[in-house]
Design a protein around this ligand. Sequence first.
Ligand code: LLP
Length: 431
Amino acid sequence: MLNTRLAKRSNYFEFRNNILHVEGVSVLELAQSVKTPFYVYSVAVLEESYNALANSLRGLNHSIYFSVKSNSNVAVLRVLSLQGAGMDVVSGGEYLRARKANVPGEKIVFSGVGKTSEEMRLALEQGIRQFNIESIPELFQLNLVALGMSKVAPVSIRVNPDVDAKTHQKIMTGMSDNKFGIPIVRAEEVYQIARDLEGISVVGVDMHIGSQITNLAPFQKAFNKTVDLVNSLRNLGHDIKRVDIGGGLGISYSRDQDDPISSEDFSQMLLSKFGDMDLEIQIEPGRYISGNAGILISSVIYLKEDSDKNFLIIDAGMNDLIRPALYDAKHEFILVDSSSDGKTAIEVDIVGPICESSDIFSKREVLPRLKPGNLVAICSAGAYGAVMASEYNTRPLIPELLVTGNIYSIIRHRPKTVDIIDRDLIPYWLR
Ligand code: LLP
């Protein structure tokens, strides 16, 4: 039988009279006015998650930069910036989204291994709190760009601590064979180089060891190494004011469980490591804030009953939410109308319409016998959902909706299929 609760942290996705609501808005009514599939986010959950973290960190000199890559809709960024969040961006495009959400350049940090000169120029022109620099060539390039603009670029060097984050292999970033950061053992050398560059001003140390981390131990290991590094850099005369610890806090993808690391435990640990070091601690959470703030609503197209296997074919596909196909991620399913829970159960694989065998959301789910048009909700889809979507199979990107109280707004429209096709051009010599 299906359980009718969502992840414990939020009670803003609840059933009222058997119908799933996002805050005060019925998902059934949403689906009557907006064609499925679509994403819907809750302002209350975004605010609550952000504030839970900010409040736990109160005792520490800190600042929070929402990781835009997890959910980059400008309306979502606006909600968080109104709560006081800065933004962590990894491209010129994300930088411009943050600016469109009215975030000042001084509250934007620029991460990523492959920043181009054009992106560096954009950020230096409009303002930036710091560039997180990941290699010596990138450091030299930023120096050249800054000097060309008669500016000095604020920089933290991202170090790679060679720590196993004990998460899915595809989302670990802090091992020595990952492409990210400068090996921590070479950090002193790189800080010395940076000190001699006139277009560069070193302000801190940066790291990010991975995503969906569910245990404090990897963080502790990495932060112990950071503390040692800060001490030795200071002994060498570097003015280290900040440590950016990246993101990575995992969330619960199960409706019955709390988040694996509480914001209080995390903050306590940070306090014990960095509390007396006269540092500002910067944090770049993405999933922790946006993950459980969103769900993906989809309709049943067919129930395909074969001899030994049944498939529930829904109208959302791996192009809309790629996490199950890419990382074997489990997202829980619930019925938008729970009144049939527990009736005439049938075991199904829940699949999308894409022509790939990997287009599977969930295997062996026991569900009531659903009919075409019945609505399902895919949970915990607020992070790395819409942002990773594609138009594979010429399927338009799906709409995004934002709910606050009893109000919903469309915050991204579904493009017209014809507009997608019209982007292709037939050259004159093929006409
Ligand atoms: N800072 C940096 C430098 C990052 O690379 C990331 C994520 C974050 C912060 C935010 O991490 P979070 O707090 O959200 O864990 N697509 C994958 C996740 C990729 C994460 C990439 N970097 C997924 O769907 O699980």
